[in-house]
Design a protein around this ligand. Sequence first.
Ligand SMILES: [Ca+2]
Ligand SMILES: [Ca+2]
Ligand SMILES: [Ca+2]
Ligand SMILES: [Ca+2]
Length: 292
Amino acid sequence: MFNRKLLVLCLSILFLGYACDSDRIGYVDNFDHASQALIDNDSLIDFLETHYYNDAIDSVQPIVSGETALINDSRLIIQDVTEEEVDYKLYSFIKTVGNPNPDKGYPTVMDSVLVKYKGQYLFDTDNLIDFDERLVNPIWLRLNATIRGWTYGFSNFKGGENITDNGPITYINGGKGVLFIPSGLGYRNFGAPGIPGSVNLMFYVELYDLVQDTDYDNDSVPSILEDPDGDGDPRNDDTDGDNIPNYSDVDDDNDGVLTINEGGDDGDPTNDFNDPDNPTLPDYLNPNYPNN
Ligand SMILES: [Ca+2]
Ligand SMILES: [Ca+2]
Ligand SMILES: [Ca+2]
Ligand SMILES: [Ca+2]
């Protein structure tokens, strides 16, 4: 179980080609993530107290003459996030929420999103180091397969409007802001190529579009709903214990009938409860139905 959690953690920080130390057999994580979280939060607050958002140039800048510090800016959202049993604070500055057409709402932690971004790490309060950017053409990413600071931070934004007309893909009115991410929700103590371990991150982000009800395994159950324990995190649900989380498992109860075929007439597997011995368990999560 422990190794599987680490594997999931590795997958969650893959999007910049990160390779995980915990792939090593017998790896034990002795790092004190709780203490690092406190250090990181102090550093982030220090940064947010000494910097402001310059709306004219869409840039985070050091305060020079009484500008409103980010920590006091009403556009800053603070989220409590618990990851691997450690509590973190994630800071998201919302320049614009986004004005999507059609309105697909906010992305869930399992949705795929179309984004632009620029990433920097905080070497110290006064030094930001660029490490990655995608500012010209937006890219589709799965929020479940990015660093966790993205997974949760992007839930504060909506998309925009696709106005592509025979040319390059073009969006307007997307969500736009800055994410301030503690290392524990970023590249943790390992770091990544070009990024030291235990550094806080700052991302300028824009959200243009999302896939509503993203369904990674195409089994007709949206990934966000493949969460039988209802804790909001589908990564920790594996009904049949085959080490494939339900959101990636095409036969969630391993009864030999694909989930997509356990949906009855309307094709929706979430509303079929046909086992009289277990009337609250949907068929697709019930290994004793239909093959008992
Ligand atoms: Ca699914
Ligand atoms: Ca869950
Ligand atoms: Ca599934
Ligand atoms: Ca099944």
